[in-house]
Design a protein around this ligand. Sequence first.
Ligand SMILES: [Zn+2]
Ligand SMILES: [Zn+2]
Length: 140
Amino acid sequence: MRWSDHCLICSGQQELVVNVRERGPHEQMHDYTRVLFCCACSVGELRSFSYDGFVVFGEEDEVMVWSSILSAADVDTLRSAFTCSTPLAGNCECAEHVRAYDTSLRVNKTRLPEHGPDRHSPAGRTTAVVELVDGLAEFR
Ligand SMILES: [Zn+2]
Ligand SMILES: [Zn+2]
């Protein structure tokens, strides 16, 4: 599912800045929430990806992707403020990883269409911000 981390604007490979949470990949399941950054576009994003191989055909999409824009400044803030020494460890359960994941759930993200001409279009995306609260970086 590597395609999913490509930049929505230029389709280039993005840098993985923080792997907020990841389960899998397993054969029938993979989901993650990641902060990605595209150097070419100087735009970051908070992306949530979910693959569920058990959904009944026609009832729901197997793959669902949500995205919200993060400014380059906010990505820089996250790089310097993220207190965990293993930001790419999506299974880490430290206070910083937990705070980032919990707050990422509340962020208003845009569901990216999985089919049709607008597949994974960047149009209409919401913007998330990074804030420091009690010494931990979180999403708003
Ligand atoms: Zn790009
Ligand atoms: Zn951690």
